[in-house]
Design a protein around this ligand. Structure first.
Ligand SMILES: NC(=O)c1ccc[n+]([C@@H]2O[C@H](COP(=O)([O-])OP(=O)(O)OC[C@H]3O[C@@H](n4cnc5c(N)ncnc54)[C@H](OP(=O)(O)O)[C@@H]3O)[C@@H](O)[C@H]2O)c1
Length: 177
Protein backbone atom coordinates (compact mmCIF):
# COMPACT_ATOMS: atom_id res chain seq x y z
CA UNK A 1 0.00 0.00 0.00
CA UNK A 2 1.27 3.49 -0.86
CA UNK A 3 0.21 5.95 1.82
CA UNK A 4 1.70 9.21 0.55
CA UNK A 5 3.43 10.82 -2.42
CA UNK A 6 5.12 14.03 -1.33
CA UNK A 7 7.47 16.55 -2.90
CA UNK A 8 10.30 17.65 -0.63
CA UNK A 9 12.52 20.57 -1.63
CA UNK A 10 14.55 23.50 -0.36
CA UNK A 11 14.68 26.83 -2.16
CA UNK A 12 15.52 30.46 -1.71
CA UNK A 13 12.68 32.95 -1.50
CA UNK A 14 12.99 33.50 -5.29
CA UNK A 15 12.96 29.78 -6.06
CA UNK A 16 16.65 28.89 -6.56
CA UNK A 17 17.24 25.21 -5.74
CA UNK A 18 20.57 24.45 -7.41
CA UNK A 19 23.83 25.78 -8.83
CA UNK A 20 26.32 23.84 -11.00
CA UNK A 21 24.42 20.59 -10.33
CA UNK A 22 24.84 21.06 -6.60
CA UNK A 23 22.98 22.72 -3.73
CA UNK A 24 24.07 26.38 -3.38
CA UNK A 25 24.26 26.44 0.44
CA UNK A 26 25.53 24.41 3.37
CA UNK A 27 22.66 23.71 5.74
CA UNK A 28 23.29 20.89 8.18
CA UNK A 29 19.87 21.40 9.81
CA UNK A 30 18.09 21.01 6.48
CA UNK A 31 20.10 17.88 5.64
CA UNK A 32 19.01 16.41 8.97
CA UNK A 33 15.40 17.46 8.30
CA UNK A 34 15.57 15.83 4.83
CA UNK A 35 16.96 12.61 6.31
CA UNK A 36 14.42 12.49 9.14
CA UNK A 37 11.49 13.19 6.79
CA UNK A 38 12.48 10.80 4.01
CA UNK A 39 13.03 7.95 6.48
CA UNK A 40 9.83 8.62 8.42
CA UNK A 41 7.68 6.05 6.62
CA UNK A 42 7.78 2.31 7.25
CA UNK A 43 9.37 1.86 3.80
CA UNK A 44 10.64 4.89 1.87
CA UNK A 45 10.95 5.14 -1.91
CA UNK A 46 12.63 8.21 -3.44
CA UNK A 47 11.97 9.37 -7.03
CA UNK A 48 14.53 11.66 -8.70
CA UNK A 49 15.98 12.85 -11.99
CA UNK A 50 19.29 11.60 -13.31
CA UNK A 51 21.15 14.84 -12.50
CA UNK A 52 20.01 14.84 -8.87
CA UNK A 53 21.03 11.18 -8.53
CA UNK A 54 24.47 11.96 -9.92
CA UNK A 55 24.81 15.02 -7.68
CA UNK A 56 24.35 12.69 -4.69
CA UNK A 57 27.19 10.38 -5.76
CA UNK A 58 25.14 7.86 -7.84
CA UNK A 59 24.31 5.64 -4.88
CA UNK A 60 21.36 4.90 -2.59
CA UNK A 61 20.87 6.91 0.57
CA UNK A 62 20.78 4.65 3.65
CA UNK A 63 17.40 2.99 4.35
CA UNK A 64 15.84 4.42 1.21
CA UNK A 65 15.13 2.91 -2.22
CA UNK A 66 16.11 5.11 -5.16
CA UNK A 67 14.10 5.35 -8.41
CA UNK A 68 16.00 7.33 -11.03
CA UNK A 69 14.42 8.72 -14.20
CA UNK A 70 16.47 9.13 -17.39
CA UNK A 71 15.82 8.94 -21.12
CA UNK A 72 18.74 6.49 -21.18
CA UNK A 73 18.15 4.46 -18.01
CA UNK A 74 20.62 1.82 -19.19
CA UNK A 75 23.39 4.34 -18.49
CA UNK A 76 22.48 4.79 -14.81
CA UNK A 77 25.18 3.31 -12.61
CA UNK A 78 24.04 -0.02 -11.14
CA UNK A 79 24.00 -0.02 -7.34
CA UNK A 80 22.15 -1.67 -4.46
CA UNK A 81 18.61 -0.28 -3.97
CA UNK A 82 18.86 1.79 -7.16
CA UNK A 83 16.37 1.33 -10.03
CA UNK A 84 16.26 3.26 -13.30
CA UNK A 85 13.32 4.05 -15.60
CA UNK A 86 12.53 5.79 -18.88
CA UNK A 87 9.76 7.95 -17.40
CA UNK A 88 8.24 9.18 -14.14
CA UNK A 89 5.09 7.17 -14.93
CA UNK A 90 7.16 3.96 -15.25
CA UNK A 91 8.86 4.65 -11.92
CA UNK A 92 5.51 5.18 -10.18
CA UNK A 93 4.00 2.08 -11.83
CA UNK A 94 6.90 0.01 -10.56
CA UNK A 95 6.52 1.39 -7.01
CA UNK A 96 2.76 0.68 -7.24
CA UNK A 97 3.54 -2.92 -8.19
CA UNK A 98 6.00 -3.27 -5.29
CA UNK A 99 3.34 -1.77 -2.99
CA UNK A 100 0.75 -4.35 -4.05
CA UNK A 101 3.04 -7.12 -2.81
CA UNK A 102 4.17 -5.30 0.32
CA UNK A 103 2.54 -5.29 3.74
CA UNK A 104 4.38 -2.32 5.21
CA UNK A 105 3.01 1.03 4.04
CA UNK A 106 5.16 2.74 1.42
CA UNK A 107 5.94 6.47 1.44
CA UNK A 108 7.03 7.99 -1.86
CA UNK A 109 9.22 11.10 -1.73
CA UNK A 110 9.80 13.18 -4.87
CA UNK A 111 13.26 14.63 -4.22
CA UNK A 112 13.98 16.62 -7.40
CA UNK A 113 15.39 18.26 -9.28
CA UNK A 114 13.42 21.08 -10.81
CA UNK A 115 12.35 19.17 -13.92
CA UNK A 116 10.98 16.26 -11.88
CA UNK A 117 9.19 18.50 -9.36
CA UNK A 118 7.50 20.46 -12.16
CA UNK A 119 6.38 17.36 -14.07
CA UNK A 120 5.00 15.72 -10.91
CA UNK A 121 2.91 18.85 -10.27
CA UNK A 122 1.80 19.04 -13.92
CA UNK A 123 0.63 15.41 -14.09
CA UNK A 124 -1.16 15.70 -10.72
CA UNK A 125 0.95 13.02 -9.07
CA UNK A 126 1.28 14.70 -5.68
CA UNK A 127 -1.07 16.52 -3.34
CA UNK A 128 1.48 17.49 -0.69
CA UNK A 129 4.81 19.31 -0.68
CA UNK A 130 7.25 20.17 2.08
CA UNK A 131 9.46 23.21 1.47
CA UNK A 132 12.44 24.57 3.32
CA UNK A 133 12.83 28.26 2.51
CA UNK A 134 16.48 29.32 2.85
CA UNK A 135 16.68 33.01 3.74
CA UNK A 136 19.71 34.58 2.08
CA UNK A 137 21.03 36.29 -1.03
CA UNK A 138 21.98 33.13 -2.91
CA UNK A 139 22.81 32.65 -6.59
CA UNK A 140 21.25 29.74 -8.47
CA UNK A 141 20.93 28.33 -11.98
CA UNK A 142 18.05 25.93 -11.33
CA UNK A 143 14.67 27.14 -10.09
CA UNK A 144 11.42 25.62 -8.87
CA UNK A 145 8.40 27.20 -7.18
CA UNK A 146 5.07 25.75 -6.16
CA UNK A 147 2.06 26.91 -8.21
CA UNK A 148 0.31 30.10 -7.05
CA UNK A 149 -3.12 28.59 -7.63
CA UNK A 150 -4.76 25.38 -6.48
CA UNK A 151 -2.53 24.88 -3.44
CA UNK A 152 -2.63 26.21 0.11
CA UNK A 153 0.46 26.81 2.21
CA UNK A 154 0.86 26.51 6.00
CA UNK A 155 2.21 29.33 8.14
CA UNK A 156 6.02 29.15 7.96
CA UNK A 157 7.83 27.82 11.02
CA UNK A 158 10.98 29.95 11.33
CA UNK A 159 14.38 28.73 12.53
CA UNK A 160 17.61 30.57 13.29
CA UNK A 161 20.77 29.33 11.57
CA UNK A 162 22.41 26.59 13.61
CA UNK A 163 26.19 26.24 14.07
CA UNK A 164 26.55 24.47 10.75
CA UNK A 165 23.98 26.39 8.71
CA UNK A 166 24.86 29.17 6.26
CA UNK A 167 21.45 30.83 6.67
CA UNK A 168 18.27 31.01 8.75
CA UNK A 169 15.36 29.09 7.25
CA UNK A 170 11.64 28.37 7.44
CA UNK A 171 9.61 25.26 6.78
CA UNK A 172 6.19 25.28 5.11
CA UNK A 173 3.81 22.51 4.04
CA UNK A 174 1.72 22.78 0.88
CA UNK A 175 -1.56 20.91 0.34
CA UNK A 176 -3.44 20.67 -2.93
CA UNK A 177 -6.96 22.14 -2.75
N1 LIG B 1 17.27 22.30 -3.25
C1 LIG B 1 16.71 21.10 -3.45
O1 LIG B 1 15.81 20.69 -2.70
C2 LIG B 1 17.18 20.24 -4.59
C3 LIG B 1 16.70 18.92 -4.72
C4 LIG B 1 17.14 18.16 -5.79
C5 LIG B 1 18.02 18.71 -6.71
N2 LIG B 1 18.46 19.98 -6.55
C6 LIG B 1 19.36 20.59 -7.51
O2 LIG B 1 18.66 20.69 -8.75
C7 LIG B 1 19.61 20.57 -9.82
C8 LIG B 1 19.20 19.42 -10.72
O3 LIG B 1 17.89 19.65 -11.20
P1 LIG B 1 17.55 19.51 -12.76
O4 LIG B 1 16.13 19.90 -12.95
O5 LIG B 1 18.61 20.21 -13.54
O6 LIG B 1 17.77 17.95 -13.02
P2 LIG B 1 17.01 16.63 -12.51
O7 LIG B 1 15.53 16.86 -12.49
O8 LIG B 1 17.65 16.12 -11.27
O9 LIG B 1 17.41 15.61 -13.66
C9 LIG B 1 17.07 15.93 -15.00
C10 LIG B 1 17.21 14.67 -15.81
O10 LIG B 1 16.20 13.73 -15.44
C11 LIG B 1 15.78 13.00 -16.57
N3 LIG B 1 14.38 13.29 -16.84
C12 LIG B 1 13.65 14.37 -16.48
N4 LIG B 1 12.39 14.23 -16.89
C13 LIG B 1 12.31 13.04 -17.54
C14 LIG B 1 11.26 12.35 -18.18
N5 LIG B 1 10.00 12.84 -18.23
N6 LIG B 1 11.53 11.15 -18.75
C15 LIG B 1 12.78 10.62 -18.69
N7 LIG B 1 13.82 11.23 -18.08
C16 LIG B 1 13.58 12.44 -17.51
C17 LIG B 1 16.68 13.45 -17.72
O11 LIG B 1 17.82 12.61 -17.65
P3 LIG B 1 18.72 12.24 -18.92
O12 LIG B 1 19.42 13.52 -19.30
O13 LIG B 1 19.64 11.16 -18.44
O14 LIG B 1 17.77 11.76 -19.99
C18 LIG B 1 17.01 14.88 -17.31
O15 LIG B 1 18.19 15.39 -17.92
C19 LIG B 1 20.97 20.37 -9.16
O16 LIG B 1 21.60 21.64 -8.99
C20 LIG B 1 20.60 19.79 -7.81
O17 LIG B 1 21.62 19.99 -6.83
C21 LIG B 1 18.06 20.75 -5.50
Amino acid sequence: MIITKTIIFASTEDGAIGLNNDIPWKMRSDMQFFKKTTTSGEVNHLVMGRKTFESMGSKALPNRIMHVVSRTPENIKKAKDVYAYKSIEQAIESIDNIAKLSDPAISVWIIGGASIYQQCIDIGLVNKAIQTIVHGNIKGDTFFSMPEEGWVKSEPIKYLAGDRDDHPYSIVTWMKL
